[in-house]
Design a protein. Structure first.
Length: 626
């Protein structure tokens, strides 16, 4: 190989540079004086968005391109050409994200690349409390958490130069949404972005030397020792082409513009003509360092992708673990047991049965009051008629010849077909009233049942008093001397009505209800060992208020299954305690009403005793004055 050394003088070098102008939708030509090695291709890949959703990429004013994700949520923007020494600003709009319980609004990312300072800036708006992790070239990593408004900003310095168009940026965006009941923040699928840029260099045509000609021929000199030049005064190797074809943008959505920068530098150049093939260049240490740099860069990029995958997997596993724990806790704490339903179904008809209780109490009290006050058009409206009516009722219903040692033979004329239907029911408190939990009694309708007659006869005998024979015409009560007697009679009626009110309340509590929960209560009794017929006979088809409270406050807790059901979650046990407390409050309310009636009875009895003693003392005092 021929070598020739030649010292050259000062020489003016003019460097022509190009710039990128992103303007989507039109085309332009690249001037021939823009160096090709400053071009770069930008590629943006992403995954994690909603399937078949739209993603937009924009830069500048009105410059945008839209792509659509596939069925797996992956999308890509490719073949976007630009010039790496020009600052680049991109805006990526991600679609809405959703899961089974939450929906997260769209996210907007602003990405600024500054090649002069090798600065990378990420900002934008995501969901509140969302997080963003950015890695540049596998070395520099930055992270940020969005505030209440969803805004965030991350700035980093790239470890490699951006001006040559070589860069690789990884970003992970994790949006959070608020779910209800209980209130918690749940992450959606993370969105992964990879923004990679590769520099473009146009390959130069390799000159293959002719074997017949020398590899290098020094220029001929004249006698004066000066170099010969062509007619134009330009070296052959530096003459421009006659016309260079117009270059078009390889990306359909990019436009290329031009700018010229002239730099004049005087450099002493020592040239040496050396020619060897590319394989020989790759075997030199310079080519080896270049290959080593490429391999190191690829390893760093792969390392960043692995780290990002580990971060993504870790966050996904943590989110799935948290969701699993919350689901298990919800199933454990918010699934009511069958025992809670029993309290609800068994107490379904308590309110309506209590309403019927008040109605029957009032009507039965009126029956007793009309009898005591000998109201007109009643059995005791006439004293003699009332007594005769009671005797006839006894003879036809409640009398049997076997009573009194067969002493009533020939006196009783009760029906022989049902000899035990009314026999002694007018005085048998235990069989008529005490034992049955529900009585076939409803004094609010027009139908008179057998048990209604028995109740009237029983409580009439319990409080029997001879009628006042002076009240038929009322003449004896209008005389002046009978004024005190009339007042005493009203006082006695008031005291007797206190007792009658107690009787009326006891009868009303056992009067039949509306029967809305009868089937459930009969099932409770069958679990205790009774047959269906026995349970129905015990509480009836329409259980009374008294029978329903008997089941809720006593029979329900005699079932062994109730104690077995207490081996449940603490929350269900607390719910059972609340239900039991509610039933206990109703029972205590009934007990309070009973204590009030007892207080009234004791007050009336005390008043009678005090008035009797007082009358005697007043009489003794008046006799002593005389």
């Amino acid at each position: 190989m021929a070598k020739t050394y030649e010292w050259m003088g000062s020489r003016l070098l003019t460097l022509l540079c190009g710039a990128l102008v992103l303007s989507m939708g039109t085309t332009s030509s690249l001037a021939s004086n823009v160096p090709d090695d400053q071009g770069a291709l930008l590629e943006i890949k992403g995954t994690g968005v909603s399937p078949h959703s739209s993603i937009s990429l924009s830069s500048g004013k009105g410059q945008s391109v839209v792509t659509q994700a596939d069925k797996y949520g992956n999308f890509v923007f490719s073949k976007l050409r630009y010039y790496s020494f020009v600052p680049l600003s991109l805006k990526i709009a991600l679609p809405d994200q959703s899961s089974e319980t939450i929906v997260v609004g769209r996210s907007v990312l602003d990405i600024d690349l500054d090649p002069y300072g090798s600065l990378v800036s990420f900002s934008g708006k995501i969901s509140p409390a969302g997080s963003v992790v950015v890695n540049v070239d596998g070395i520099e990593t930055g992270s940020g958490i969005a505030g209440q408004g969803g805004e965030f900003e991350i700035q980093m310095t790239a470890p490699l130069e951006l001006a040559d168009g070589t860069s690789n940026i990884m970003a992970s965006i994790i949006n959070l949404g608020e779910a209800c009941c209980p209130s918690m923040m749940i992450p959606v699928t993370p969105v992964q972005l990879q923004i990679s840029s590769i520099g473009i260099t146009e390959p130069q045509k390799q000159v293959i030397p002719d074997a017949k000609k020398p590899i290098y021929a020094p220029p001929s000199q004249n006698k004066a020792g000066q170099k010969k030049s062509n007619k134009t005064g330009t070296p052959p190797s530096t003459q421009p082409n006659s016309k260079e074809p117009v270059k078009k943008s390889p990306a359909p959505y990019m436009i290329l513009g031009t700018s010229e920068i002239s730099v004049s530098v005087d450099l002493p150049i020592r040239s040496e003509a050396v020619t060897f093939p590319d394989a020989t260049y790759d075997s030199t240490w310079v080519g080896g360092v270049k290959q080593w740099s490429d391999q190191t860069r690829d390893a760093i990029v792969d390392q960043a992708m692995m780290i990002g995958a580990f971060i993504d997997g870790r966050s996904t596993n943590a989110s799935l673990s948290l969701l699993g724990k919350l689901n298990a806790r919800a199933l454990n704490n918010y699934q009511p047991s069958d025992t809670i339903c029993k309290f609800g179904t068994l107490s379904r008809s308590l309110a309506s049965s209590e309403t019927l209780l008040d109605v029957n109490k009032k009507v039965f009290g009126e029956i007793i009051f009309d009898r005591n006050s000998q109201a007109k058009n009643t059995l005791y409206g006439e004293a003699s008629r009332g007594m005769i009516g009671n005797l006839n009722d006894f003879k036809t219903k409640y009398c049997e010849e076997v009573d009194g040692g067969n002493g009533l033979a020939g006196y009783c004329n009760s029906a022989k077909s049902t000899p035990d239907l009314f026999f002694n029911r007018d005085v048998d408190f235990t069989r008529v009233f005490d034992v049955p939990l529900t009585l076939d009694v409803n004094y609010s309708d027009s139908t008179l049942t057998d048990q209604e007659e028995m109740m009237i006869a029983l409580f009439q005998n319990l409080s029997l008093r001879d009628p006042d024979y002076g009240m038929e015409s009322g003449q004896s009560l209008k005389k002046q001397r009978k004024t005190d007697d009339f007042q005493d009679l009203n006082q006695i009626l008031a005291v007797r009505q206190l007792v009658g009110n107690t009787f009326a309340n006891q009868v009303a509590m056992k009067s039949k209800g509306n029967g809305a929960s009868s089937s459930y209560m009969q099932k409770v009794l069958t679990k205790l060992g009774l047959t269906s017929a026995e349970s129905k006979k015990l509480i009836g088809d329409q259980p009374s208020y008294y029978a329903q409270m008997e089941v809720l406050t006593k029979k329900l807790y005699q079932d062994p299954a109730f104690f077995a059901n207490l081996y449940d979650t603490p929350e269900n046990v607390d719910r059972q305690k609340v239900a039991m407390m509610a039933v206990s409050l109703m029972q205590e309310r009934d007990l309070l009403d009973s204590l009030k009636r007892k207080e009234l009875l004791l007050s009336g009895l005390l008043e009678l005793k005090v008035s009797h003693k007082g009358a005697k003392l007043n009489q003794d005092g008046s006799v002593a004055d005389e």
